[in-house]
Design a protein around this ligand. Structure first.
Ligand SMILES: Nc1ncnc2c1ncn2[C@@H]1O[C@H](COP(=O)(O)OP(=O)(O)OP(=O)(O)O)[C@@H](O)[C@H]1O
Ligand SMILES: [Mg+2]
Length: 233
C-alpha cells in the first residue's frame, strides 16, 4: 500500500521542470520534499494531482495507475492536493467552503467528512459562518487543508504548508498533520522550513533542477547537514 511516483517527468515549454523523479509514501507516513526555489516541487505536486500533464513516468496508488487521470478522479480515488497559497473560496463561509469541496461525496459522507474536519480543526468549527476571506492566513490554511480532507483522502500532498505563517500557527498545523498521520493518512509535504519538514518526515527527497538529488531517511538529513548542503547547492 503506497502512493508511488516513478520516473516522473513534466515538460514545460520543452524544458523538464520535473525530471525523472521517483519518490513514494506509505499510509501513516510522511515524505518531505525539499529544495530551493524553482526546484520543481510545486510542479511535482500539480502533476501528481492531475493538474499538470505528465510527460512520462507514472503515479500509482496501491498499484493502480493514476497517471493522466483528471484531478477530480484522482481526488475521488483518495489522493488530494493542497496547492501553494492556501486557496479558499474567499466570499463563502467556512461551512460552505467545505461543503463545496465535498460536492463529489454522497450527502451522508459529506456530514461525516465535515464532522471529522471540524474535529481536526476546532478553530474552523468555531467559525462555521465566518466568511473565509476575513480569516487569518493560518485559519485559511486550515481551511485549505480542510478542503482536501473533504474527499477523505488516504494521501495528502501539501505544498508550502507554513509559508508566510507565524511560528505558533505552524506548530498548530504540525500537530494537525501528526493527527492525520495517526489516522493513517500518508503525506507528501513540500516545505521551505527544513526543520518543520524534517520534524514530521519519515523520508525525504531533495530536488534540484527538477531532479531528485537525495532520497532517503529524514533522519540522515537531520544528522548530517552536509548531505543537505550538497543536494541544495
Ligand atoms: N507555466 C510555466 N511555464 C514555464 N516554466 C514554468 C511554469 N511554471 C513553472 N515553471 C518553471 O518550473 C520550474 C519549477 O517550478 P516550481 O514552481 O515547481 O518550483 P518550486 O520548487 O515549487 O519552487 P518554490 O520553492 O519557489 O515554490 C521553475 O524553473 C519555474 O520557473
Ligand atoms: Mg513551489
Amino acid at each position: 500500500m503506497t502512493l508511488s511516483i516513478e520516473n516522473l517527468t513534466v515538460l514545460e515549454r520543452g524544458r523538464a521542470v520535473v525530471s525523472d523523479a521517483t519518490l513514494s509514501v506509505a499510509p501513516g507516513k510522511v515524505t518531505a520534499v525539499l529544495g530551493a526555489n524553482g526546484a520543481g516541487k510545486s510542479e511535482l505536486v500539480l502533476a501528481v494531482a492531475g493538474m499538470k500533464p505528465v510527460t512520462s513516468g507514472s503515479v500509482r496508488l496501491d498499484g493502480r495507475e493514476l497517471t493522466g487521470l483528471p484531478p477530480d478522479v484522482i481526488r475521488g480515488s483518495g489522493v488530494a492536493a493542497v496547492p501553494e497559497g492556501h486557496r479558499v473560496l474567499t466570499r463563502l463561509s467556512v461551512d460552505d467552503n467545505l461543503r463545496a469541496a465535498g460536492s463529489l461525496l454522497a450527502a451522508r459522507d459529506v456530514e461525516d467528512a465535515l464532522a471529522s474536519t471540524y474535529v481536526l480543526f476546532p478553530e474552523l468549527a468555531e467559525r462555521k459562518k465566518q466568511i473565509a476571506g476575513t480569516m487569518s492566513g493560518g485559519q485559511q490554511q486550515m481551511l485549505a487543508i480542510g478542503h482536501a480532507l473533504m474527499c477523505r483522502p488516504r494521501y495528502l500532498l501539501i505544498d508550502e504548508m507554513s509559508l508566510g505563517l507565524a511560528p505558533l500557527i505552524v506548530k498548530r498545523l504540525v500537530l494537525a498533520i501528526r493527527e492525520l498521520v495517526a489516522r493513517g493518512v500518508g503525506v507528501i509535504l513540500v516545505e521551505q522550513f527544513i526543520e518543520v519538514a524534517l520534524s514530521l518526515a519519515d523520508d525525504a527527497v531533495v530536488m534540484r533542477g527538477g531532479e531528485v538529488r537525495y532520497s532517503g531517511p529524514a533522519e540522515t538529513l537531520k544528522n548530517d547537514h552536509a548531505v543537505l548542503d550538497r543536494a541544495y547547492f
